[in-house]
Design a protein around this ligand. Structure first.
Ligand code: PGA
Length: 261
């Protein structure tokens, strides 16, 4: 995998937005896999700034969701569908007709999961999947010890993840659902390019385990080591436990500029 160390979250967002803009130049109807959480916001800001300035064309772009709470109606302000509509689709001018996501309110959750995996395949697969990482190494909502071959399915959130996400529910953990639908690790690995962004020292241990640890289900993000095109973009804080940080800096500094991410 390629590790790119950037000075701060904004430069990470800028770099990834440029990779997305470049992809859209090559493939205008690319399917962009997007993530929720605080970390990806600089990417969406940088990409929408490019769209406004004419530097990126999202007029045919498609967007796919990574995970969703179970039991929240789609119109709930904190359903990930609503969050993505506010933070990604509207700023990028992408209508809901070009959005793919699982139905978190479905009565038959298992069928909703299978339907979503099928919908992703029918759409031709995700071209670039943006990922955040949990402090416990989760990607999507694949908590530690998720099967590395897993498909989209229901998962139970750890208490820590519910505590972390209570900030989106007026600080009230009781309002945070226990269950989610998440693309499985096997599903995520089918995207053509995986781009994980991590910022802040709180992610440093998870990043070190992802990049330099063994491939192990206890750190779900370590599955990126199995992918032929995985890019990990980290700020100085998130890079602070990487033993090979100097090597990663050297390699990136000498990368042929035409190559992109
Ligand atoms: P965060 O969440 O970006 O809000 O830290 C990341 C994640 O849990 O995947």
């Amino acid at each position: 995998m390629e590790v790119v160390i950037v000075p701060d979250a904004e430069s990470g967002g800028d770099l990834i937005a440029e990779a997305m803009a470049r992809l859209l130049r090559q493939k205008p109807d690319a399917l962009l896999g997007v993530a929720t959480g605080s970390t990806p916001l600089p990417v969406y800001r940088a990409l929408s700034a490019r769209v406004r300035a004419g530097g990126a064309d999202t007029s045919r772009a498609r967007v796919a969701q990574l995970d969703e709470y179970v039991g929240l109606p789609a119109e709930h302000p904190e359903s990930y569908r609503s969050v993505l509509r506010r933070e990604v689709l509207e700023p990028l001018g992408i209508p809901m007709e070009r959005f793919l996501g699982p139905d978190g309110a479905a009565e038959d959750v298992q069928a909703a999961c299978e339907d979503y995996d099928r919908a992703l395949a029918t759409a031709g697969g995700v071209d670039l999947q943006l990922l955040g990482i949990g402090t416990d190494g989760h990607i999507g909502f694949n908590e530690p010890c998720s099967s590395l071959a897993s498909r989209t399915r229901i998962k139970t959130l750890t208490e820590q993840t519910r505590v972390d996400n209570a900030r989106f529910f007026e600080g009230d953990i009781e309002q945070v659902p226990h269950h989610v639908i998440t693309q499985g690790i096997g599903t995520i690995l089918e995207a053509r390019h995986l781009v994980l962004l991590a910022t802040g020292e709180g992610k440093a241990d998870a990043v070190a385990a992802t990049v330099e640890g063994p491939v192990a289900a206890v750190c779900p993000a370590s599955a990126l080591q199995l992918h032929p095109h995985a890019t990990v973009v980290v700020d100085e804080g998130a890079a602070s436990r990487l033993k090979l940080a100097d090597y990663f800096r050297h390699t990136y500094a000498h990368k042929p500029h035409w190559q992109g991410l």
